[in-house]
Design a protein around this ligand. Structure first.
Ligand code: FES
Ligand SMILES: [Fe+2]
Length: 433
């Protein structure tokens, strides 16, 4: 656990400062949410609900910020912005991570303005107040006659956790305790891929013109996967379906999938790798779904023929044919861990109608571009898929803005979307109670 967190004292009180009538209206929207249906339009379009999301979800929960591969050396940092927040995530000398609010304690300037870099002490660009990597104010230049206790003006800290090389941050005073349980679930699946021995092959930032919940909803179903021809080469188009739901034209694929899955499971048993589906999307505060699933073709990676996209195996793995270990973590991330590379996806809300989606491709740290992997080929499937998903999300955002929009029913194969929305509604209701 990181050092004590200084309470946020000026923001984060929005729900209680809303006029009683408006708060009652908003509570009603949550209370009368129709189960099994998409949300009412204001959930996707209303700035007040966005502010509540920032408080109740992004202000309270563990957020995926990035992986340890993004901060390989002490002093390396990334800045992570979502909603009104900007955080500095900095690798410290002990190999751990410090998380600091990127808000100068003098007059509030952003202290670090680059998305990533390396630094010793942190120097604010406005009047050069200087902070240690732990956030302590160590120098205020020419303070003149003003006397103040530097000890009271350190950068505000937030909580951090690194699990299996994934970095999580939480800005709440009291982070949700059940993250420990969630971490115990996913660590054994991910640890063998050893993210501490990976490097970034490529990182992509896309701003989607859509509310963050639409981005997450879109990722929780494959009902739309006909719109992903590149992904369809490796992902069986029966994802989310069960025995009774298979249409005639997919029966052959279903059989191929079943066979591939059982030989994948046999390999996992041989290597002692967990593969079972754990699905607790709306039955715990730190909601999770994780499993290891087969890929089509050779079953090694997200390529047109299913073959490996990088020649170097990750971590302790002994076989490329390990399909994809896929994890979805509420509220803002999903991941695919293959034998040859890992893809992390982080969702950072900008405002009620814009969301940054950050995709990072990681390969073994000794893999050489052009020798062990071809960057275009490595990133092709998910670059295409991301663009297609962006378009789908944007279609829905446009629709939510129309007076003709009303919530529609989720299909059976969209049960994980319902679980995500159910989780979201529960969390906000708890916060507003
Ligand atoms: S605002 Fe940072 S030093 Fe003045
Ligand atoms: Fe998609």
């Amino acid at each position: 656990m990181s050092a004590p967190v200084l309470p946020l004292n000026s923001r984060g009180k929005l729900a209680s400062s809303l006029p009683a009538e408006q708060l009652a209206e908003i509570k009603e929207l949550f209370d009368f949410r129709r189960v099994g249906y998409s949300l009412d339009a204001p959930f996707y379009t209303d700035p007040t609900i966005f502010n509540i999301d920032m408080q109740a979800i992004f202000g309270q929960h563990w957020i995926f910020a990035g992986s340890i591969a993004e901060l390989p050396e002490p002093g390396d940092y990334i800045t992570v912005d979502y909603g009104p927040y900007s955080l500095i995530v900095l690798r410290n000398d002990d190999g751990g991570v410090n998380v600091l609010h990127n808000v100068c304690r003098h007059r509030g300037a952003r202290v670090l303005t680059e998305p990533a870099g390396s630094t010793g002490n942190l120097v604010c660009g406005y009047h050069s107040w200087t902070y240690s990597p732990e956030g302590n104010l160590i120098h205020a230049s020419a303070p003149g006659e003003t006397k103040f206790d530097k000890g009271c003006f350190g950068l505000k800290r937030a909580h951090s956790r690194v699990v299996a090389g994934l970095i999580f941050v939480c800005i709440a005073n009291e982070p949700p305790a059940d993250f420990d349980e969630t971490a115990k679930i996913f660590e054994p699946y991910l640890a063998p891929h050893d993210l501490s021995k990976t490097k970034i092959a490529y990182q992509q930032n896309i701003v989607e013109e859509g509310n963050w919940k639409l981005v997450m909803e879109n990722n929780r179903e494959c009902y739309h996967c006909d719109g992903h021809p590149e992904l369809a080469c490796s992902l069986f188009p029966t994802w989310g379906l069960t025995e009774g739901l298979i249409p005639a034209h997919l029966e052959e694929v279903w059989d191929r999938n079943k066979q591939a899955q059982s030989s994948l499971e046999e390999r996992c048993r041989r290597y002692g790798l967990p593969y079972e589906v754990v699905e607790e999307l709306d039955t715990r505060v730190a909601g999770i779904r994780i499993s290891r699933e087969s890929l089509d073709g050779e079953g090694e990676s997200f390529s047109p023929d299913g073959r490996r996209l990088s020649k170097k195996l990750l971590g302790d793995l002994r076989d490329f044919r390990l399909g994809r270990c896929s994890m979805h973590l509420q509220p803002n991330s999903w991941f695919h861990f293959q034998g040859d590379h890992v893809i992390t996806f982080a969702v950072f809300p900008v405002n009620e109608h814009q969301t940054l989606v950050r995709t990072t491709w990681l390969v073994a740290d000794d893999a050489e571009e052009g020798v062990d992997y071809d960057l275009e080929k490595l990133t092709y499937t998910w670059k295409q898929t991301n663009l297609q998903d962006k378009a789908f999300v944007e279609l829905c955002q446009t629709g939510a803005g129309s007076p003709a929009y009303e919530p529609g029913p989720y299909m059976k194969s969209e049960y994980q979307v319902e679980a995500f929305i159910n989780w979201y509604v529960q969390r906000v209701q708890e916060h507003l109670a």
